[in-house]
Structure formats: C-alpha cells, structure tokens
Write a new protein. Structure first.
Length: 108
C-alpha cells in the first residue's frame, strides 16, 4: 500500500470519527414516538433510549383496568424504543459502509 493510500485511509477514519461524534450529539435531541391500543397509550423516547413522555388516554384511566393500562404502556414504550434503535442502527450501517475502502481495481 503506498503512502497516498494510507493518508487517504487516515483522512477517511477521521471523517468517520467526526461523524460518529456528530451522531452521538444528535441523538440527545432526537425523539421517537409510538402508540398502542389505537392511540390509548403513547410513548416518546430519545435517541439515547430514554423514556421522555408517556401519555395515557383519560378514558382508559377512568375505566380502572390497571392491567390493560400497564400492558398498553409497555407496548408503546417498547415500540418507541424499537423505532429509535432501528434508526440508529440504520445510520451506523451507513456510516460503516462509508468506511469501506475501494479495492485495487475499484477506483473510478
């Protein structure tokens, strides 16, 4: 491998590192929302996988079915967490793909 190739690899690694730091900062402000029970329970989580909000429809609370409320809340939280994880995973895969160096015959 010649020196220019090594220099390009180092530059690319630095760009990836900068993008990772940017992504980590960005995750703090990201919000993912999901509902369950036809909107009876709604959860909002951050990109850091923290629960930020949980909304329960008043009609559900007035019905007094504690078990149903708990089940719907858990389902909404889990769905929101799955959205956040999928989004972050997709971005990490894109970032990983950008790290791939072209082979000797792959240059444009």
């Amino acid at each position: 491998m010649s020196t220019p190739d090594m220099n390009e690899m180092l530059k690319q690694a630095q760009r990836v590192q900068e993008r990772m730091a940017e992504l980590q900062r960005d995750l703090v402000s990201r919000r993912y929302e999901a509902s369950s029970g036809g909107g009876m329970a709604t959860a909002v989580v951050s990109g850091q996988l923290r629960v930020l909000e949980l909304h329960i429809e008043p009609t559900l609370v007035s019905g007094g079915d504690r078990s149903m409320i708990e089940d719907l809340a858990i389902a909404a939280i889990n769905a929101a967490l799955e959205k956040a994880q999928a989004s972050v995973q997709q971005e990490l895969q894109q970032l990983q793909g950008s790290m791939m160096m072209p082979g000797p015959g792959d240059r444009g």
